[in-house]
Write a protein that binds this ligand. Structure first.
Ligand code: TNX
Length: 517
């Protein structure tokens, strides 16, 4: 067994292998600017401290998070304090950085006297901390003290994102994922600077969020027997949802909740007969068909229902966005779809939120505040989306044949679907969100998101296997400048993430395209 006392002193360590020999240029997603300085290096010791911006509670919180990351593997106490500090260590400071970093970027300086991360916000410090964590090498992910010395290569990183929105996604409707599983995924995605988590909370097979004014949505619509094959039951209480939002916020992640409508609504309509035009509740569905359900567009009760749900969901959501679905409404005529969305889009604003929708929402003459999420594969684009961009909308880019983490890697992948094709790691990496959708120039791209639909997934292991490593490709497309886009270089950096993911207990897909370390 190892213990904290076993860690080697820096002088000795110089002759043994240090924590992985990680270089500043190994960081994933690739930073904007890296200037290594081989003449210097920072050594973390049992006496090192973490110093955070005096007077900033937010910086202190990021410092505490960093200490929580580094303590298990180092066994060091790593006291966090925001008073003046003369002990060499890690400093997290607000202000005073390179002007280019903006509100999510950071500057990291490493030398013999310490590592200093400077940013303009807690989000920027947090992003710098994720880079720093990688620079300590993969062993830093161990949950018991490791017999090694801990160093950070010398030099400077100046880094900031290409897009402000870098999203991951979980489908709780087809199979419910527990709050613990969602928290695990939040921790896993945060390390690659993902800053939004879209939760698909309702669909034909299940309703997964507590709504007090329509209580049977969860007890029946999310109850026993729901989910694909009838084995995905469960739902989030309001308390669960509040705790998840808090946990995400502490990791600089904003949750975007989705209520899918006017299609994908069988769970609600089989629970409440009055939500159907004929007043007859359809049978619950546990298969994976899409496009057969529709709310009753000409019934006023539909809009009472929708407004109740939006009001309650908005009240419990701290983030600025509310996703109202709109995909594959094949059982709703185009005219009805427009009618529905023209009434429902303003409801989001009424309760203080900005609407997201799958890109079909653009057909409804959506206002500039609406974000269509482009999910088709074809490079043909969609005329309505191009029109929405002309009206001022920004677009979230999630092409199914590139960014869908539920597509199989190849014909041998046991989990997943294949309707948008196989997506190996190179396929997930080799595209440009700034030019992918015709009529949507880079300046109109809000960011990228990687959906992970759950028809074939049951548990966190399934989620991890499909998400890793492809999520790192999407993360790099969302963060790193297009000029840094390079498959060979990404491939080398990804190979070095293998031991890190393993140390985190992630059973990732060992793609044959990567020479895993
Ligand atoms: C299409 S993509 C859907 C989902 C399915 C997914 C499976 C989109 C907006 N809708 O209902 O779960 O394919 O890959």
């Amino acid at each position: 067994a190892t213990s904290g006392a076993a860690a080697a002193a820096p002088e000795e360590a110089a002759t043994q292998s240090t924590a992985g020999g990680t270089q500043l240029t190994d960081v994933l997603p690739a930073p904007v600017e890296v200037k290594p300085n081989g003449h210097t290096k920072f050594w973390l010791t049992p006496l090192s401290r973490i110093h955070t911006q005096p007077g900033s509670k937010e910086a202190k919180q990021v410092g505490d998070y960093l200490a929580g990351l580094l303590r298990p593997a180092t066994g060091y106490p790593l006291k966090v304090s925001s008073g003046p500090s003369w002990i060499p260590g890690i400093s997290l400071l607000l202000g005073g950085a390179d002007q280019r970093i903006g509100d999510q970027g950071y500057q990291l300086d490493s030398n013999v006297t310490g590592v200093t991360i400077r940013a303009n916000s807690a989000a920027g410090l947090f992003n710098g901390v994720q880079s720093l964590r990688q620079l300590f090498g993969a062993k830093i992910e161990a949950d018991t003290p490791q017999r090694t010395a801990w160093s950070v290569a010398g030099g400077r990183i100046v880094d900031y994102p290409r897009f402000g929105y870098r999203g991951a996604f979980l489908d709780l409707a087809r199979h419910f994922h527990t709050p613990d599983e969602i928290r695990t995924y939040i921790d896993e995605i945060a390390q690659y600077k993902i800053n939004y988590l879209h939760l698909h909370l309702t669909d034909d097979q299940g309703w997964r969020i507590q709504i007090d004014s329509w209580p049977k949505l969860t007890t029946v619509g999310g109850g026993p027997g729901t989910g694909v094959d009838g084995v995905g039951a469960g739902f989030l209480t309001k308390a669960d949802y509040a705790a998840l939002n808090k946990y995400a916020a502490e990791r600089q992640i904003t949750i975007v909740p989705e209520i899918d409508m006017p299609g994908h609504t069988n769970a609600a309509q089989s629970t409440y007969a009055e939500l159907n035009c004929d007043g007859v509740a359809p049978a619950p569905r546990t298969d994976i068909e899409v496009g057969y359900s529709s709310l009753c567009i000409d019934d006023e009760l539909t809009y009472k229902f929708v407004e109740d749900v939006i009001r309650e969901l908005a009240a419990m959501t701290p983030g600025p966005y509310l996703h109202i679905g709109g995909d594959e409404a094949h059982a709703t005529t185009d005219e009805d779809f427009k009618k529905f969305m023209e009434r429902v889009i303003p409801m989001t604003a009424k309760y203080g939120k900005k609407p997201f929708g799958w890109h079909e929402i653009a057909k409804a003459n959506s206002p500039a505040t609406t974000t269509p999420q482009y999910w088709w594969s074809t490079p043909d684009g969609d005329a309505a989306v191009a029109e929405a961009v002309k009206r001022g909308s920004k677009v979230l880019v999630s092409p199914a044949n590139k960014a869908y983490l539920d597509m199989k890697y190849d014909e041998n992948t046991k989990l997943g679907l294949k309707w948008a094709g196989y997506i190996e790691v190179k396929t997930a990496y080799e595209w440009d969100p700034g030019t992918f959708v015709p009529g949507v120039p880079e300046s109109s791209v809000l960011g990228v998101e990687a959906p992970l639909w759950s028809e074939t997934l049951r548990n966190i292991e399934d989620i991890e296997f499909m998400a890793f490593p492809r999520l790192t490709a999407i993360a790099e497309l969302g963060w790193s400048p297009q000029a840094k886009h390079n498959w060979e270089n990404y491939r080398d950096r990804l190979a070095k993430q293998g031991p890190r993911l393993s140390a985190q207990g992630i059973d990732f897909y060992r793609s044959p395209q990567i020479d895993w370390k």
